[in-house]
Design a protein around this ligand. Structure first.
Ligand code: 4AD
Ligand code: MG
Length: 491
């Protein structure tokens, strides 16, 4: 009983709640908190608390307040306001608050503010990135990060509904799951005084873990061991790649969602990926209406300055609806190579990397050609040449391809990568030998193929690439709060 009263007294309403349930508070005095977006005519405050893109209008009869208080109300200052909820005279909002008491919570250091992105004018995305710690205060980044939250929530919701268990795999590991050598080492050595053995090599036996370790590039291998007991699992955590690719699609630290399912084959895996992506996109459409409307308008404005050939065919919301409506196109690598080799673009030398033979790795220009020009819908490519994919993928009967799958999205390229796994111990060992993956390091992984090995499959979704897609943003640095990219770890 005590707790109930206490929590009622403590309950603060967000602006989102007030605007949604305004009938409950109409003609009552309430307390609101927020930051000033604008203060017009010494009378109208647009107040925002981050709960929604919508501002709450506060009406201030300045005659009733100290001049000092009025002088402190300006863009970026923070306020606590007590006032009466009344029907709004203006268009665009149902209610507004007539202020009775105004408390300045945070002064606004105007001179300093004016050197930041908090000054009230339009800023470029680059400028906003340089002040990533302040960009949460803007409409755009408020919308992006609320949508990012919804995407993450929908990820958990999808897997929970489908009886998957959330497994946390280690961030520090001795394994290189992708065998690509793109790892950030972890050590507690004093870098000015690294112990060496007789041969002069670094003596990792003396390091904290007694061996060489790194930040994980993927939780897959540990995830597989969990799936071999729990059946359906997924991981969802930060992953790290020291690839020096300064593109709008790569981060050195990104969040990956990796389901792994016992008894699934490649086709089941593709079905799961398609259902999963559609569920998350539908969830965002259903639950992020105000933010999506804002992002949709922004998306349309971005199109205006573009040459016709670069312009998107559809609006943001329309694009999301269309992706859900159609079945993804499923195409083998071999078919895709034929389409690419015979394309006008290839023959006229339009690709930076011409497609000349079966076996070449696809570049993002090729992926985007298939998705945006040829099929005009999301595409799932499968059965890739074994040489260009990771060691753990199931070798197909042709001995040339593996049961890999990549999901390619318009405007993004690869959004998901996955495969059916090689469940046969002897074949797996042979592939590891061919690809120079150390068997002894992965003894625990090989164990899963010794005790009741089963067919299984899984994939990895790059969370930021999905957030790029649903928000219509174009640079991956703008959909993660604190981007980590080459030469950038400022915040
Ligand atoms: O294709 P990748 O490398 O696959 C794996 O890591 C597998 N172990 C996944 C699995 O089967 N469990 O990465 C998966 C996805 C990519 O499709 C891409 O969306 C994203 O992770 N990704 C990146 N996102 C941002 N920055 C990077 N540097 C990324 N590298 C991969
Ligand atoms: Mg990949």
């Amino acid at each position: 009983f005590y707790i109930k009263i206490y929590s009622q007294q403590m309950k603060k309403q967000t602006i989102k709640e007030i605007l949604q349930d305004y009938k409950k508070v109409l003609h009552h005095d309430i307390t609101v908190y927020g930051w000033v977006r604008t203060f017009r005519a010494n009378r109208f405050i647009a107040l925002n608390d981050g709960s929604t893109i919508n501002n709450l209008q506060i009406v201030v009869d300045f005659e009733n307040f100290d001049e000092e208080i009025i002088s402190k109300i300006s863009t970026a200052s923070s306020l606590k306001i007590v006032g009466e909820v009344v029907e709004s005279q203006g268009a665009g909002q149902a209610v507004e608050i007539v202020a009775k008491k105004i408390i300045i919570l945070g002064d606004n250091f105007t001179e300093e503010r004016d050197k930041t992105i908090l000054q009230p004018k339009k800023h470029s995305l680059e400028t906003l990135r340089d002040q990533a710690h302040l960009r949460f205060r803007t409409n755009l980044f408020g919308a992006v990060f609320r949508v990012r939250h919804a995407v993450s929530f929908a990820v958990h919701s999808f897997f929970n509904k489908n009886q998957f268990f959330y497994i946390n795999t280690p961030v520090i590991t001795g394994a290189d799951a992708e065998g690509a050598g793109e790892m950030f080492g972890v050590t507690n050595f004093d870098l000015n005084n690294i112990p060496r053995d007789e041969q002069g090599d670094i003596d990792f036996a003396q390091d904290f873990f007694g061996k060489k370790t790194n930040l994980t590039v993927s939780g897959q291998l540990e995830g597989e061991t969990a799936a071999m007991g729990l059946g359906r699992i997924y991981t969802f955590g930060p992953t790290f790649r020291a690839e020096n690719s300064n593109t709008t699609r790569h981060l050195a630290e990104f969040w990956m969602v990796e389901p792994e399912v016992a008894f699934n084959n490649l086709e089941d895996n593709i079905d799961l990926a398609e259902d999963f992506l559609k569920y998350v996109i539908q969830y965002v459409l259903d639950n992020c209406k105000d933010d999506l409307d804002f992002l949709d308008k922004r998306f349309a404005e971005e199109q205006k300055g573009k040459a016709e050939k670069d312009r998107a065919k559809e609006g943001l919301i329309e694009k999301l609806q269309n992706v859900i409506a159609k079945r993804f196109k499923r195409v083998s690598y071999t078919e895709a190579i034929e389409i690419l080799m015979n394309s006008k673009e290839n023959k006229k030398g339009k690709f930076q990397y011409p497609v000349e033979n079966w076996g070449t790795d696809l570049q993002s220009e090729h992926e985007r050609f298939l998705v945006e020009k040829h099929f005009e819908c999301p595409v799932v490519l499968f059965d890739y040449p074994k040489e260009i994919k990771a060691f753990y993928m199931k070798l197909n009967d042709d001995n040339k391809t593996v049961a890999a799958m990549d999901v390619l999205f318009p405007g993004i390229g690869e959004i998901i990568g996955g495969s059916e796994r090689e469940a046969r111990l002897d074949v797996l060992k042979q592939k590891m030998a061919e690809m120079h993956v150390d068997e002894h390091e992965l003894w625990w992984y090989l164990d899963t193929r010794k005790f009741g090995s089963v067919p299984h499959a899984g994939f990895g979704l790059g969370l930021e690439r999905l957030v790029l897609f649903v928000t219509g943003m174009t640079n991956i640095r703008d959909v993660i709060p604190f981007p980590r990219t080459p030469k950038n770890a400022e915040f």
